[in-house]
Design a protein around this ligand. Sequence first.
Ligand code: PLP
Length: 282
Amino acid sequence: MSRIVHLNGQFLPEEEARVSIFDRGFVFADGVYEVTAVVGGRFIDYDPHMERLNRSLRELDMGWPCSKDDLRAVHEDLVKHNGIDEGRVYMQVTRGVAERDFAYPKDTPTTLMAFTQLGPVIANPKAETGVAAISIPDIRWKRRDIKSIALLPQCMGKEQAARAGAYEALMVEDGHITEGTSSSAYIVKDGVVITRPLSNSILPGVTRRTLVRLAAEHQIRIEERLFTLEEVRGADEAFITSASSIVMPLVSIDGHTVGAGKPGPVAKRLRQVYLDAALAAA
Ligand code: PLP
């Protein structure tokens, strides 16, 4: 059975959803997106994802594709139509269909598209074992705070990771880790969680935002500062966060074991605290 997807106000079988070749998402990657995790048919961190969508749209002078209530209904209906218990909703807004011209077209309706993906969120076997990462240079643009659909550097990085048998690639700029190709990055040293401060150099992760709040509530210290690849190698623990993987322990970097080579106590605790809070809110 094919999925039911959403396109510009309509729910359609995925084979029937069609977008013009002149859509600026297709021609210029002129669009933004969000991915929201689903557990027990309910969303994790829905509101902060929509706040970040609002910010991405505003930074690019793009309008909302529909009302906030309608977008919530799109998310909920997709989950219902597709019977999603655990997985995620991907949604993107592009600047719409216009003659190819670099400057923004005037009064062109945006294109809204959304679909579901199944996948484990709570019972993720990778979180039990931890995953490997590699390091790569960060070759991206300078507005990484915008959740743009232009993701080719991240695709290249993820492909390099996959070829090395790793799950994620941590990107390095000026000697410091920026983030993972699709995740925020952290190390743990002497019980303190260290993560890069927010700026235009990284995406403001929604999972990061909730994690920082939950850590404070559970007396786990978080220090926001730059950290190096050497610090990852010498860390007691390392982990990444994202909507899809929540808290995912890293057990090696570039083939070097990190910490004990298995998920550490701080990452395990934060994952549990996160999932407990998400389930309680759902
Ligand atoms: N950093 C980058 C570059 C990402 O692409 C993502 C998620 O896709 C994240 C961080 C994590 O963000 P979130 O926790 O909102 O999923």
